[in-house]
Design a protein around this ligand. Structure first.
Ligand SMILES: NC(=O)c1ccc[n+]([C@@H]2O[C@H](COP(=O)([O-])OP(=O)(O)OC[C@H]3O[C@@H](n4cnc5c(N)ncnc54)[C@H](OP(=O)(O)O)[C@@H]3O)[C@@H](O)[C@H]2O)c1
Length: 252
């Protein structure tokens, strides 16, 4: 007798940490994991009304920590360890992004994006994977970007950090597979969140970007949530080391 759909996707008894879940894609992923039965730890760069609301809506708890510094990540890890006994599902969603192209090198931004998008990934996996290894079950999901596959001239640095993060994802997938831990990268195309409001106000830019999407429309946060649930649940237990595009075909 096969498993029921409910049991394949149930996260009952699991605890998840979703970084950057006060808003946008992270918030919707966190809400979906909670609907599937997980206890969820929400996270934001600092305490905010949005963060409090997001956690309260799902009966979750929240922690804060600025991922632009190693100390900020350490503080997030400590708060999380105080709030819950263990993390089974780690969603590395928060990122830093600035439009910056060749000829605009900025040392401060370089450090910030590499620490937030790559360094914090390393630190958080290092902190939470040993207990997953002991329990022989874990799910790690990184949030990549279509720019790791199709580098954008306007997002030179960001594209490089996401490509580096994907390399870490594949590396961790191989290292942690013997312990029942899957590590995958969910790759959004253009999703309508706060970070895209300003750039997409420019109609000619909007039309130019839209022309790159074969599906002909931008994505919604909900489009990423189902993909995350697949990777987080037992339904996805044999999937590891992949880049899963949620792009309307933009990666092609
Ligand atoms: N939206 C897209 O079109 C798109 C496309 C490709 C990839 N992605 C990727 O998908 C993920 C989510 O994107 P999104 O558009 O949903 O983001 P968003 O709407 O800009 O939300 C960002 C979230 O990350 C948190 N955050 C930002 N900087 C942080 C920092 N330094 N330390 C701790 N937390 C920080 C924010 O917390 P506060 O509320 O406290 O600021 C917020 O919860 C990112 O990894 C992004 O690179 C998005």
């Amino acid at each position: 007798m096969g498993k029921s759909i409910e049991s394949m996707f149930s996260l009952a008894g699991r605890t998840a940490l979703v970084t950057g879940s006060s808003r946008g894609i992270g918030r919707e992923i966190a809400r979906t994991l909670a609907m599937a039965g997980a206890r969820v730890v929400f996270h934001g760069s600092c305490e905010s009304e949005a963060l409090r609301e997001a956690a309260a809506e799902c009966g979750g708890v929240f922690v804060v920590g600025d991922l632009t510094t190693e100390e900020g990540v350490k503080s997030l890890i400590e708060s999380c360890q105080k709030a819950v006994s263990s993390i089974d599902i780690l969603v590395l969603n928060a990122s830093a992004q600035k439009y910056m192209t060749l000829g605009e090198f900025d040392e401060t931004e370089f450090q910030k994006e590499f620490q937030t998008n790559v360094g914090a990934t390393f630190q958080l996996v290092e902190a939470f994977s040993p207990a997953m290894c002991e329990r022989k079950w874990g799910r790690i999901i990184t949030l990549g970007s279509v720019n790791q596959q199709r580098p954008s001239p306007r997002l030179t640095l960001y594209s490089a950090t996401k490509a580096a993060q994907m390399n870490l994802t594949a590396n961790f997938a191989k290292t942690l597979a013997p312990y029942g831990i899957t590590v995958n990268c969910l790759v959004p195309g253009v999703i309508l969140t706060d970070r895209n409001i300003e750039p997409l106000k420019d109609d000619s830019y909007r039309q130019k970007v839209l022309a790159l999407v074969p599906g002909g429309n931008f994505g919604e946060v909900e489009d990423c949530a189902g993909a995350a649930l697949l990777l987080a649940s037992d339904a996805g237990r044999y999937i590891t080391g992949i880049e899963l595009p949620v792009t309307g075909g933009m990666h092609l």
